[in-house]
Design a binder for this molecule. Structure first.
Ligand code: MRU
Length: 366
């Protein structure tokens, strides 16, 4: 996708062929700054401090983190240490563990001297596969939006999304946003309600930013407004991303997604979840097994913004010493989800639905 008209991705290999450059997402939308990762610890920090965030992107960053670790020391012990450290940074998004497992499978059998080029090759493949899967999620989701536009006789289709499941959460295209971008590019009129998404405001700072850069009409709303707009017939469709999908169709996503699903259900608004197959955790049974990350209370007790002098500042919003809870994700039960959109197509949010598009999982998931 583009920033200021220039094609950009969230992460890329630098011309030196080994160091990795990322957009520092903690500075958006106020400043477009990049950071260079030179060690596995740099990659781990970028994931933990959310310079990169979003399930697919943290998976790719972790894969490159392994490559950086191999460059320094390609022993078995170094491989295992890097994987363990990177995996520990964020617990909910399964793409992180998935990408690290892919790296282990690819590198484990190799000699130490073959590991460095192979690590970069495999990390690059994981990144390119993510781009292609996100592109296909868009292609598979467009008919849904086209159908709604047809029913609305050309009036804009109003789509609500929560958090940022755009290209900034991936390498390119995004998950929830990919059908939106592709519908917009195909001339289908769309308008997006962007939930601000407290506490870190990924909707306000990232989704609004990237939709604006692409010229997609959108309106930023506070997290509590979605139910009201649904009640008043202003929302035709909800599409969110997810950080982990259970085989029964339950999904974990940014805190607050569950409440949007309840409001959508009560108001008969279709609620879809978009994700690549790397986000499905076939090792669990249902959403109750998904670990929910508890983050620093300071994220709730403050907000980040730009002051009149243009400085990016953090401001307290509660009395000093106020206790705060900060679960970063919640689980939306499958029964509230109208359908799932993946790179293989759309399906119902059930085990049978998922197995109908991932039939190769039948044997190991019973
Ligand atoms: O905590 P984050 O910003 O990494 O969480 C990301 C999300 O929850 C997004 O909404 C997204 O849907 C999942 S990744 C495409």
């Amino acid at each position: 996708m583009k920033i200021n008209g220039n094609p950009m991705r969230t992460l890329w290999l630098r011309p030196d062929g080994w160091s990795v450059e990322i957009i520092d997402q903690t500075r958006l939308p106020h400043a477009l700054e990049t950071v260079v990762l030179k060690t596995a610890d740099d990659a781990a920090y970028a994931i933990q401090a959310m310079l990169v965030r979003g399930a697919p992107l943290i998976g790719v960053t972790a894969a490159y983190g392994v490559a950086l670790a191999m460059r320094k020391n390609a022993s078995d012990a170094s491989l295992e240490e890097a994987i363990a450290n990177l995996a520990a940074q964020r617990p909910t998004a399964v793409n992180l563990r998935w990408a690290l497992e892919e790296m282990r499978k690819a590198l484990g059998p190799l000699s130490a001297e073959d590991r460095v080029p192979a690590a970069y090759r495999h990390a690059g493949r994981i990144a390119e596969d993510d781009v292609e899967m996100c592109r296909m999620i868009g292609a598979n989701g467009v008919p849904l939006i086209r159908e709604l536009a047809h029913r609305k006789q050309g009036a804009p289709v109003n789509i609500l999304t929560h958090c940022n499941a755009g290209w900034l959460a991936c390498i390119d295209w995004g998950t929830a946003t990919s059908p939106i971008y592709q519908a917009h590019d195909a001339g289908i009129p769309v308008h997006v309600f962007v939930d601000e998404t407290r506490p870190r405001n990924q909707g306000a700072s990232l989704t609004a930013f990237e939709l604006g850069q692409h010229g997609v009409p959108h309106t930023l709303i506070c997290d509590n407004a979605g139910g009201h707009y649904m009640q008043h017939g202003k929302v035709d469709l909800v599409i969110t991303g997810t950080d982990r999908v259970a085989p029964n169709g339950d999904v974990a996503n940014k805190i607050g997604t569950y409440l949007k699903a309840l409001a959508a259900y009560d108001n008969h608004v279709p609620f879809f979840v978009a994700f690549p197959s790397s986000t499905i955790d076939w090792t669990i049974s249902d959403g109750t097994e998904i670990p929910i990350e508890e983050r620093d209370a300071r994220e709730v007790l403050s907000v980040q913004g730009r002051d009149p002098a243009g400085r990016i500042v953090q401001m307290s919003i509660a009395p000093p010493g106020t206790p705060a809870g900060n679960p970063a994700f919640d689980v939306t039960p499958a029964r509230l989800i109208t359908g799932l959109i993946t790179e293989r197509g759309m399906c119902r949010a059930t085990r049978e639905g998922l197995l109908s598009i991932y039939p190769e999982r039948e044997i190991i998931s019973v």
